[in-house]
Design a protein around this ligand. Structure first.
Ligand code: NAD
Ligand code: IPM
Ligand code: MN
Length: 352
């Protein structure tokens, strides 16, 4: 019997709906397999929790979280609490403190999905730096309340942090037999951070002569996403660039609700965390219509990370079949079904 402990953080808004449904899938996997046992530790940390306690997670929150095989998260943030508080006190500290420096975000048009771009093929992965860069959190306000008032936001790119993410992307490309790799830059304007990023990229590039790799400025890259996504295999990007590119990528597939995200600590010193790329979607929260596919796909990535290959494949195939079938889908991709109807259908298709 393989016993797996999962910490669940449903969080806010539709995060609660999608994690409730995700849990149903995991329970079904355990039932079907017979040799896997999932233990769930559901944590109530959210904006509602903050309003009650004055903090997003308790002082020993990271210690509690560390004790598991993986973390599954819904979404954090709601209009009741300023976003920079809710995210900086919960989601971002987990990514940083657990050194989940790789954020893997596949962008893939599965059969049955209609690309907003009317493209036949979109299939690439964004390797997003997830521990520093523009998200380092440093900065200050100066001369507040005066005419000279200003905000200074710093970005920190370390040699260690930049090298390891670019190297991870090249190794990922090699392993998956990709022919090309794109590095997102903006060194024409960002004369320190992105000049440094490019320098390290060029050093790494020389180590992988078999891969056609190039730097593309982030603005041109956004254009390339729309014009020729079929040419893209893998993109390595800084924290902020990778964030923006992946909402764009998912929207190209038809909805922000479709794509997953794996926050990985490759050394496995800490648990990795899996989540959909979308947020708490306050505009549709409580309506039961959130697209669960991003979360289901994140669960597939989690199962792969946990080396549960067969259940991962079983779930991916069931999810793919439901999308290909077109009949049962949520309104964001043109259907009329609820979140739980989609998940029930996926569960139905998960027969051994
Ligand atoms: P959002 O992703 O929550 O929503 C953007 C738009 O996409 C909305 O119209 C929403 O209805 C739609 N959408 C998102 N997910 C969907 C789904 N699964 N099915 C159908 N439609 C979906 O982005 P936002 O509005 O910028 O953020 C809302 C809150 O979520 C903010 O507090 C933000 O900081 C937070 N957020 C959290 C995470 C996270 O926890 N990882 C990610 C992004 C945003
Ligand atoms: C994401 C989100 C987060 C990010 C926010 C909520 C801080 O947009 O996971 O994509 O920017 O990383
Ligand atoms: Mn985002």
């Amino acid at each position: 019997m393989k016993s797996i402990k999962l910490n669940l953080i449903p969080g806010d808004g539709i995060g609660v709906d999608v994690i409730k449904e995700g849990r149903k899938i995991l329970e079904r996997i355990a039932e079907l397999d017979g040799n896997i046992k999932f233990t769930f530790n559901e944590l109530p940390w959210s904006c509602e929790y903050y309003l009650k306690h004055g903090y997003m997670m308790p002082a020993d929150g990271l210690k509690i979280l560390a004790d598991c095989d993986a973390i599954l998260l819904g979404a954090v943030g709601f209009p009741s609490v300023p976003d920079h508080i809710s995210l900086r006190e919960l989601l971002l500290p987990i990514r940083c403190n657990f050194d989940q420096y790789v954020n893997l975000r596949p962008v893939k048009l599965l059969p049955g999905l209609k690309s907003t771009l009317k493209k036949e093929k979109i299939d690439f992965v964004v390797v997003r730096e997830n521990s520093e860069g523009e998200y380092c959190g440093r900065g200050r306000f100066e001369s507040e309340g005066t005419e000279n008032e200003k905000a200074i936001q710093e970005a920190v790119f370390t040699k260690h942090g930049t090298e390891r993410i670019i190297q991870y992307a090249f190794e990922y490309a090699l392993k998956n037999k990709f022919k090309s790799l794109i590095s997102a830059t903006k060194s024409n304007a960002l004369n320190y951070s992105m000049v440094f990023w490019d320098k390290i990229f060029n050093e790494q590039k020389a180590e992988y002569p078999g891969i056609q790799s190039r730097s593309v400025h982030i603005d041109a890259l956004a254009g390339l996403f729309i014009m020729k996504p079929e040419e893209i295999e893998i993109v390595v990007a800084s924290n902020l660039f990778g964030d923006i590119l992946t909402d764009l990528g998912s929207a190209m597939l038809g909805s922000i609700g479709l794509s997953p995200s794996a926050n990985i600590n490759p050394e496995r010193h800490y648990p990795s965390m899996f989540e959909p790329i979308h947020g708490s979607a306050p505009d549709i929260a409580g309506k039961g219509i959130a697209n669960p596919i991003g979360t289901v796909w994140a669960i597939v990535m989690m199962l792969e990370h946990l080396e549960l290959k067969d259940p991962a494949l079983l779930l991916m195939n069931a999810m793919t079949a439901v999308l290909a079938d077109v009949k049962i889908r949520t309104p964001d991709i043109g259907g009329k079904s609820s979140t739980s109807e989609v998940v029930d259908e996926i569960i139905c298709k998960m027969t051994k």
